[in-house]
Design a binder for this molecule. Structure first.
Ligand SMILES: [Mg+2]
Length: 287
């Protein structure tokens, strides 16, 4: 199982990240660029997001220069993806993006929008709230004799503290493999075709060596994640290659933020990834 988005709803954390990002831009007080008030900065960023929504599979969280997860896939990647788009605009000469970046670099020593989004993430200090349904399911599954592993990009210690604070009894705690770098792409692209959008093929690179190693060691019967690219694309390939069978299923945890273009590709009638089941309710999971 993934952690953020499966054990928690990260919407609040994502919004706080966006606020940090936008507040930093407001603090630059770029009057000439018409970016010196909350309303003006919000309207600029809002317009960029709206534009981005018409090409949801172009930008996102990059690894080795390649998109590893798409912009709208979860509330964290939403910020990372907006920053990726802004860096693209700055490089292609957009005057406002360039001015903001110039000032960020001289005042804050922040050289890219990507760095600003990382900074915004590191300012977070919100307490993570557990998803009660997920917790109940996990506790029952362990009581029934299942082994549950959390494989997450978040740090092991953070997740273990969460499990302790959320009173997972010591004998019914999932095992944790944090710092899993599921976003980390290798050098040999292995594309999984997910479908077609806006006249183009949508593919996801499944060359994720560290995640692959974790999966092959754990040999899970099932996998659950809220971000298709990070959590599920590689398990689908490993299933097709018969290296793991995932007899229990490959589950796409549906949340309010799940992007509808991705959901349509994954669960539509003509999907290229029929291995995936959309998990809208934990009661569907009868392992
Ligand atoms: Mg997640």
């Amino acid at each position: 199982m993934d952690f953020d988005g499966v054990y928690t709803d990260p919407t609040g954390e994502g919004e706080a990240c966006s606020r940090n990002f936008r507040n930093k831009i407001i603090s630059l007080q770029l009057r000439e660029e018409n970016l010196d008030t909350e309303e003006k900065v919000d309207s600029w960023l809002g317009e960029l997001r709206a534009r981005q929504a018409s090409f949801p599979f172009e930008f996102g969280w990059r690894s080795e220069g390649k998109v590893s997860a798409f912009t709208f896939e979860d509330p964290f990647i939403r910020n990372i993806g907006l920053a990726d788009y802004l860096d693209h605009l700055a490089k292609s000469g957009d005057p406002r993006a360039r001015k903001v970046l110039g000032r960020l670099s001289s005042v804050e020593k922040i050289k890219t929008f990507g760095e600003l989004s990382e900074w915004s993430f590191h300012q977070l200090n919100l307490r993570k709230e557990p998803d009660p349904q997920a917790k109940k399911w996990v506790l029952d599954a362990i009581a029934r004799g299942h082994e549950v592993f959390i494989v997450s990009n978040s740090a092991t210690q953070k997740i273990e503290e969460f499990l302790e604070q959320c009173t997972f009894p010591e004998d019914r705690r999932p095992k944790v493999r944090g710092g899993a770098r599921k976003f980390g792409l290798g050098m040999k692209p292995r594309l999984l075709k997910v479908g077609h959008y806006g006249g183009k093929d949508v593919s996801v690179d499944t060359d994720r060596p560290l995640y692959e190693q974790a999966l092959l060691e754990i040999e899970p019967d099932a996998v659950i994640g809220d971000v298709f690219c990070l959590d599920l694309a590689l398990p689908i390939r490993l299933k097709r290659e018969k290296r793991l069978n995932f007899a229990g299923g490959i589950f796409y945890r549906h949340r309010d933020y799940t992007p509808s273009p991705m959901l349509d590709l994954v669960s539509g009638r003509s999907t290229s990834v029929p291995e995936v089941t959309v998990l809208r309710d934990w009661e569907q999971l009868t392992l």
